[in-house]
Design a protein around this ligand. Structure first.
Ligand code: SOE
Length: 375
């Protein structure tokens, strides 16, 4: 190659980082690392991170692979020229971060539950709308291809007459008295812990997949593990509900179910077909029929278009939790660029979850009385 040719190639070399979204993370726990991996997969530049102290931010930058740590969110918003902020702090700090980001014209991906009250969630919806920024909430289980397949089949009427909606979300990471987390404190996590943390996922998934809404519910919670220092006590929650279209359903939530790590199951039972999805086995969808049942394996060659879109790997090459998170973040970034990806959970969905949580709380306070969900 001649010298002239080399010179021309270098001169024309585009800045590899031009056009990459500049994203920052506030928060440094487990979920911040998940967000950071998704940001990298989406080829964003992870330009900064903020933690509970400047020292922790420096450590977090190394751990999650950010370019640098910032002393606080204001400093990062002032200096980092962010396109998107990922909010991964304890729940009570979401509002402040979202308001600051929106005021700076920065799109936001804010962890769930979006807020500790429906009023705060409504404020976040309003500030994002006023600022014209995207507000997305990681109800990521919507991004499992077999969830999209389930949704497509239900929407096509394959279930026949839908008879019942049921399932559970079971974990065990809080089953011992010594297990600790900021989520145990109401002033950090909100008054409802298990329902806010994981019940919110289940309800979002149900309403998304069934294309129906919980209209009224009856809920109970139980404190199972003795934790003298905690200010939340919903280790277990049960919710009976009726949807807007009159279907009945039942949900069990537990964070003290030994052996269950992250087991979200959702079953839709119909007169023609039933469908069951298990978050711990997301490559499969159980399709039940009166004359025989089968396990449908994720295979982009045979799935509905929306499910195939989220299948990044061929059949038999298992996709999992991080993959569905990656797909959610990629779609959130696409929305920040003006696209409208199907099924992106937004701040409106975060407000919906906060409204459901307040309805659960009201029912629990009234000994499980049937309570209408505010629209
Ligand atoms: C802990 O319960 C947790 O990390 C949740 O906060 C996430 O939303 C869920 O996806 C996995 O479990």
């Amino acid at each position: 190659m001649s010298v002239t040719a080399i010179t021309t190639t270098v001169a024309e070399q585009p800045d590899e980082r031009a056009g990459m979204l500049r994203v920052g993370v506030v928060g440094a726990g487990f979920i911040a690392g998940v967000h950071a991996r998704s940001a990298r997969t989406a080829q964003a530049r992870l330009v900064g991170v903020v933690a509970s102290s400047p020292e922790r931010a420096a450590g977090a930058a190394e751990t999650i692979g950010a370019e640098r740590g910032y002393a606080d969110l204001d400093a990062m918003l002032a200096a980092a020229e962010l396109d998107v902020l990922h909010v991964c702090t304890p729940n009570s700090l979401h509002l402040e971060a979202v308001v600051a980001a929106a005021a700076a014209g920065v799109h936001v991906i804010c962890e769930k539950p979006l807020a500790t009250t429906a009023q705060d969630a409504a404020t976040m919806v309003a500030v994002a709308a006023e600022a014209g920024v995207v507000g997305a909430v990681p109800f990521v289980y919507r991004f499992h291809p077999m969830v999209r397949e389930l949704r497509a089949r239900v929407r096509a009427g394959a279930a026949g007459n839908i008879a019942s909606l049921h399932g559970s979300y079971l974990q065990d990471w809080l089953s011992r008295p010594e297990d600790d987390s900021w989520r145990l404190q109401a002033d950090s996590g909100g008054a409802l812990r298990a329902f806010g943390d994981i019940g919110s996922h289940w309800c979002d998934l149900l309403e998304y997949v069934a294309d129906d809404r919980i209209a009224r519910l009856s809920a109970r919670t139980a404190a199972v593990v003795h934790r003298p220092d905690a200010t939340t006590d919903d280790d277990v929650a049960t919710v009976s509900f009726e949807t807007a279209s009159g279907r009945l359903g039942v949900l069990v939530i537990s964070q003290v179910a030994a052996g269950r790590k992250n087991r979200l199951t959702l079953e839709i039972s119909g007169t023609e077909a039933s469908f069951a999805f298990d978050q711990e086995n997301p490559e499969l969808l159980w399709v039940g029929g009166r004359d025989g049942s089968r396990l449908l394996q994720r295979d982009p060659a045979t799935l509905s278009p929306d499910a195939a879109r989220l299948s990044h790997l061929p059949a038999g090459h298992a996709q999992g939790y991080q993959d569905c998170f990656n797909a959610f973040v990629a779609d959130s970034y696409a929305a920040s660029r003006g696209q409208q990806p199907a099924g992106l959970p937004t701040f409106e969905d975060g407000l919906r979850a906060a409204t459901l949580a307040e309805t659960v709380l009201a029912s629990v306070s009234d000994n499980g009385a049937w309570t209408e969900v505010a629209r």
